[in-house]
Design a protein around this ligand. Structure first.
Ligand code: ZN
Length: 135
């Protein structure tokens, strides 16, 4: 039991090393900024929905037309909720120094991919496999 714990700890350190070698602090800071910006965007969208639901459509709504107004009443879509979850877990990973590591194979996710999608969980190879399975 004790031995097992030790091994786990060692693996964690390895992950940290991997992460530090491949991603600079500046890059991670940039990703964090992007993640938080997106998080705020999603949250303000969700808050706006609540306010609009309470107040009825006022002049706050710059999207004219009743049909669009109705759309705004909807909650976050499943895709948006999903994204919100991904962002939260990515931010957690930054805290744990495991950011940018594929959850499936443990390899570092290429910087270019993280630049475009800072909340991704998998490398391209694993993502392709996941997509295949979910289709
Ligand atoms: Zn992978």
């Amino acid at each position: 039991m004790k031995k097992k714990k030790k091994i786990f700890k060692r693996e964690k350190q390895k992950e940290k090393k991997l992460h530090q070698k491949n991603l600079s602090d500046d890059f991670i800071k940039l990703c964090k900024k992007k993640l938080i910006a997106k998080l705020n965007e999603l949250q303000s969208f969700s808050v706006k929905n609540e306010i609009n639901t309470m107040l009825e459509v006022g002049d706050e709504v710059d999207l004219a037309g009743h049909d669009i107004g109705k759309e705004i009443f909807h909650e976050l879509s499943d895709a948006q909720k999903n994204l919100l979850e991904l962002i939260n877990s990515a931010l957690e990973k930054i805290e744990n120094s495991t950011y940018g590591i594929c959850e499936k194979c443990g390899k570092t996710i290429p910087k270019k991919r993280l630049e475009v999608l800072p909340w991704v969980r998998y490398c391209i190879k694993c993502q392709t496999n996941v997509d295949k399975l979910s289709k």
